[in-house]
Structure formats: structure tokens, C-alpha cells
Unconditional design. Structure first.
Length: 237
């Protein structure tokens, strides 16, 4: 009887382990997706584009580096590549000629707020003010209608998502982060932008000198992989 009980216990343990292993595997292979609920409405930020398309999107968060931005534009234009520039309002206000060049070159402008605040700590009204200030500036001065928002440092709340959607924005984050603002190394930036790259990836960068130096090789790597370099809007479909 004791031997029978031990066998039953072993079988039960084995079954539990199988379920645990299956659950872990399922979590690992399912795409990351987090939906936020407010007042019965679901809000979902975008971390990745269409994985069924051979397209990747480069994004540049800009609050500085006007000269580097212009050099980045030259590199992109040489290769017929397009990118999305999430710009900060207080930078854009002093550099409208650079913003205009981004638009004129066929790239995409997105909002990165006005003063680089932590949007997760802002009220609905404050979130709206940060987005609306930049939106109105770009629309009034350049006639361009912003459709995308990327919160500084990737920090947001349900209120952020709600306000963005009410303003007609899609909230965009990223699937690959080069962390080039911290790690000032051309090789590291290249490796992070290319390792495991696949269709639908959204790659986060900033206008840094070492990023600019890595950019030609990154663009060439994507080309060799058969990946088109497009705007975020084109990548997410």
C-alpha cells in the first residue's frame, strides 16, 4: 500500500511539473502584451510592429543634438531609409528649422512631450498639457499633424494612455533599446541595434555622436537582412 501511494505521488508530481514547464514555455513564446483598463475602456501601448512584414523602424528621441540630427538625416537619406523622430517641445521651439528638415526629407515626427517630464506622475490635465503644447506648436508653425506619442523614459500611466488616445495619438515604446544615452560606445550601440533583429522591431536611439558613427553599419546590416527601414507608422501598419 505504501509503495502504491509513493507511485501515485510520483505520478502527480510529474504531472504538476509538466504543467509548470508548459506554462513557462507558453509565457516565453507568447508576444508581450499589456492592456490597461480605465473606466471600462482598454488602452494598449505599442511595443512592436507587424512581425509578418520585413520592416523595422528606427526611432530617435530628441531633446538635444541638432547638429547630430542633421547628420543622421544625411545618413538615412543616402540609403533611402526613413525614421521617426520623437521630439521634445522645448527643443523643437528653438530648432524649428531642423524639425522642418526632418519633415521635408520624408521622415516622421512624433511627440516626446514638451519638458521631458515623468508622465506616470502627471495628472490627466498635466499629461494633456505636455502633449498639446507640442502638438499646437508643430501644427501652427509647420502645418504638420502629429499622430504618435512616446513618453520620456518609457514612463506612463493609464491617464497618459487615455489622454494620448483622446488626442488621436498612438502611444509607442520599443522592442529594442540601444541605451545609447548611457553607454557611449559605437560597438555596443551597433550590437544592440542588430542582435536578433527581425521584422516589426522598433529600435530606440538618440542623437549621440557614437550612435551616428554606428548608424551606417546598422543600416547596412538591415539591408543585408532584407529589412526595409521605415517609419513607425509604416511598421505598425
Amino acid at each position: 500500500m505504501k509503495i502504491l501511494d509513493e507511485r501515485k505521488l510520483s505520478i502527480i508530481t510529474a504531472v504538476i511539473l509538466c504543467f509548470l514547464i508548459f506554462g513557462v514555455a507558453l509565457v516565453c513564446f507568447l508576444p508581450a502584451r499589456v492592456v490597461y483598463i480605465s473606466g471600462g475602456t482598454a488602452y494598449e501601448p505599442i511595443y512592436h510592429g507587424d512581425k509578418n512584414q520585413d520592416k523595422v523602424a528606427l526611432t530617435f528621441n530628441v531633446y538635444e543634438g541638432s547638429d547630430v540630427v542633421e547628420s543622421i538625416l544625411l545618413e538615412l537619406n543616402k540609403r533611402g531609409a526613413k525614421a521617426t523622430f520623437f521630439i521634445g517641445g522645448c527643443w523643437a521651439d528653438d530648432n524649428l528649422h531642423v524639425v522642418k528638415k526632418i519633415i521635408d526629407d520624408g521622415h516622421e515626427i512624433g511627440s516626446h512631450g514638451y519638458y521631458h517630464k515623468d508622465h506616470s506622475k502627471l495628472s490627466e490635465e498635466q499629461n494633456r498639457a505636455e502633449m498639446q503644447l507640442l502638438h499646437d506648436l508643430i501644427k501652427t508653425e509647420l502645418g504638420y499633424e502629429i499622430k504618435l506619442f512616446s513618453p520620456p523614459s518609457g514612463s506612463f500611466s493609464v491617464s497618459t494612455l487615455k489622454v494620448a488616445e483622446n488626442l488621436g495619438y498612438k502611444t509607442v515604446l520599443w522592442s529594442k533599446d540601444t541605451v545609447d544615452w548611457r553607454d557611449k560606445n559605437q560597438k555596443i550601440v551597433y550590437n544592440r541595434a542588430t542582435k536578433g533583429i527581425s521584422g516589426g522591431d522598433i529600435v530606440l536611439m538618440h542623437p549621440k555622436e557614437h550612435t551616428l558613427m554606428a548608424l551606417p553599419d546598422i543600416l547596412e546590416f538591415y539591408k543585408q537582412k532584407g529589412l526595409a527601414i521605415v517609419t513607425v507608422s509604416e511598421c505598425i501598419g
